[in-house]
Design a protein. Structure first.
Length: 308
């Protein structure tokens, strides 16, 4: 330790004798930090996909943080009836969709949740919808402080409730779509950027057209699906629509509609589907098909009649 003469004075106003850097005073005694850090609180923002952990002291984020030691659960005690839980994924195993911290060593750790974690959380309807069903537990291997002390574990039987929770307010978007006209039945596959509610899908608001610009001639005219088509899919980022016979036949009657990848475009309005927080779809405006499978199946005569 070294100091200037302005550091302190005695009771008579005499300044302390200065000590410069070259003659610094060695400590007579040193007690190492053996106090383990602990989690003070946490917040979950499912709109920005951030999990923010605040610890009692600075922790080594880059070297020791292991988010796979974090479990989010919908009750304080794991023994509770109807417990729903999710353990965060290891980034290295699910890259680039895993969760990883974006901060340097600090008391506050901001974990950016990957798509895989966000989708798992939003898929579970009774987990992380508000502070009252957002609890966190973790093992002692979650992180270490600057002196390699392990964090104090939070048991899954005494999980900590979120200090704040922000719900998802971001509207889902259609990432891509595929059309298989050779399937039995033909299949329309819709892929979204987040989990959507399958029961909310309204196929009568989904239209197939042959170009970005609407053409009203019969064989090029857009076709809007009817209730003859439906999805058997569960909630998820991908919904598969089975195209009903009436819709299939009407599409095939139009010789310049959905006959290849250059004549297959999709339009859908916001109320076509909603995510798990009832956010409506971002409008889809004549998005080209990502993968088209042509009908190569030969027709089969189903029956015939003779009238004598």
């Amino acid at each position: 330790l070294y100091w200037s003469s302005q550091f302190i004075s005695d009771m008579n106003g005499n300044a302390v004798v200065a000590r410069n850097r070259s003659f610094a005073l060695a400590a007579r005694d040193f007690t190492n930090d053996t106090t383990r850090p602990y989690l003070l609180n946490f917040t979950l923002d499912l709109d920005s996909n951030d999990l923010v952990l605040t610890f009692s002291e600075a922790v080594k984020i880059a070297d020791t943080l292991d988010v796979s030691q974090v479990q989010l659960q919908n009750a304080a005690a794991e023994s509770s009836d109807n417990l729903t839980r999710h353990t965060l994924f290891v980034p290295a195993l699910v890259s680039p969709d895993g969760s990883a911290s974006a901060d340097e060593d600090a008391c506050v750790v901001r974990v950016r949740l990957g798509a895989a974690d966000v989708n798992e959380l939003t898929y579970r309807r009774s987990l992380a919808t508000s502070p009252s069903d957002t609890f966190l537990s973790h093992t002692a291997d979650l992180v270490q402080d600057m002196n390699d002390n392990d964090v104090v574990e939070i048991s899954n039987t005494m999980a900590k409730m979120a200090a704040a929770h922000t719900e998802d307010q971001t509207r889902p978007t259609l990432v891509s779509w595929e059309l298989d006209m050779d399937g039995t039945p033909p299949l329309l596959t819709l892929s979204f950027d987040e989990v959507v509610e399958s029961s909310s899908l309204n196929v009568t608001l989904v239209t197939v057209q042959n170009s970005p610009v609407v053409n009203e001639s019969y064989h090029s005219r857009p076709y809007t699906l009817t209730t003859a088509s439906m999805t058997p899919s569960d909630d998820g980022i991908t919904l598969i629509v089975e195209i009903g016979a009436a819709d299939r036949n009407e599409i095939k009657r139009r010789r310049q509609l959905a006959v290849d990848n250059t004549t297959s475009f999709l339009t859908a309005v916001p109320l076509s589907v909603v995510d798990m927080n009832a956010n409506t779809l971002v409008s889809v405006n004549a998005t080209p098909v990502a993968l088209y499978t042509d009908d190569t199946t030969r027709p089969v005569m189903v029956n015939f009649t003779i009238d004598m």
